[in-house]
Ligand binder design. Structure first.
Ligand SMILES: [Zn+2]
Length: 57
């Protein structure tokens, strides 16, 4: 499917399946998000739960 491992943009930890993540993204203009994972990887910025709740900076 997609080979780039999503990572937290703050601490760089790998996002694993079932992890709670927070995502900052631009809402797509097109309807029908067929390739949602690819879209998220291109446009999204992930934050792990830890960095979201306790920003280090
Ligand atoms: Zn993090």
């Amino acid at each position: 499917m997609f080979n780039r491992t999503p990572k937290c943009s703050e601490c760089g930890i790998e996002i694993k399946g079932d992890d709670v993540v927070f995502l900052k993204m631009r809402y797509p203009k097109r309807k029908g998000m067929v390739e949602i994972k690819a879209y998220l990887n291109n446009e999204g910025t992930f934050l792990c739960e830890n960095c979201f709740q306790y920003p280090s900076k």
